[in-house]
Design a protein. Sequence first.
Length: 190
Amino acid sequence: MNELQVVGGQTEYTDRNGRAVFLRSAHLSDGEAIWRWRQDMNLDFMRATSSPTLEEHMAWMAAALKSPDRRLYILEETVVTIEGAPCRKSLGHLRLDVVGDGVGSVSSLLAPEARGRGLGVTALMSIEKPARDAGLRILIAEIHVGNSAALRASVAAGYTETDRIGDFAQIVRELYPQAIVSTENPEHPT
Ligand SMILES: CC(C)(COP(=O)(O)OP(=O)(O)OC[C@H]1O[C@@H](n2cnc3c(N)ncnc32)[C@H](O)[C@@H]1OP(=O)(O)O)[C@@H](O)C(=O)NCCC(=O)NCCS
């Protein structure tokens, strides 16, 4: 069963495979990794017709981090180093843009090595808590019709296709209030 906990300001999410992942705000220092993951994405699936240089991407990211309507996140898991010490490993990036009253636009990008492990669904579900906290009631996304993994992951995460514009499916997820177990204030779960 899925479970959400807020621990030390980070959202910990146990996905349908019993795997714990963490969602944290992105920093500028995550910018290069995000740019590299993006290089490994099928350009046909993007709205943009060209790939930004690292410098262009970093300038975009610096501006995005300052924007009140844009939130950037990093999804992480705990791995154990060769020395046996636990450490966090980045799995991917999520972007949440406020695009209207109560409406957010979501986009997800997993690191190439994290793809195909069922984490696409986990990533989309993990964004729901911060989206609700931001007062959003509806999440939308645009997915290229050829992007089978993204389409299947979004259906599994509860999104439905409402429209199709050109080669892009418009998908929507309605957010309902959800009980959150907060370890920071267990007396008063939100
Ligand atoms: C799209 C993305 C988030 C999906 O996450 P993922 O972890 O790779 O996908 P999952 O392992 O969760 O698989 C989701 C479904 O797609 C299927 N799938 C996975 N890879 C696939 C592929 N290459 N082709 C077709 N189906 C695929 C899985 O079998 C699964 O189907 P099921 O739920 O019916 O079993 C990830 O691949 C990614 O970041 N891609 C690059 C960026 C991108 O395309 N983002 C989406 C645009 S917003």
